[in-house]
Write a protein that binds this ligand. Structure first.
Ligand SMILES: [Zn+2]
Length: 72
């Protein structure tokens, strides 16, 4: 049974939930997924995309991020 879920996005930079010593997300996306799998024993549950509408100079801009969900 999965007891803990982590969510990684190319649009969000954060620290590792477990060890805090690893930069997660952003341009470090693939290394972040590998970090949870190899260093913490997580399983990859889902890879997909998320869209966000942001405002740039009063015009809507669509941002598409790649996301991964891992569980252990
Ligand atoms: Zn870690």
């Amino acid at each position: 049974m999965t007891k803990h879920i982590v969510h990684i996005s190319t649009g969000t930079k954060t620290g590792c939930d477990i060890c805090n010593g690893f930069s997660i997300g952003g341009e470090n996306f693939a290394a972040s997924v590998n970090h949870y799998i190899t260093d913490h024993g997580y399983n990859l549950l889902h890879v997909g995309s998320e869209t966000h509408l942001i405002d740039i100079n009063n015009a809507d801009a669509l941002i598409i991020d790649t996301v991964a969900v891992l569980g252990k």
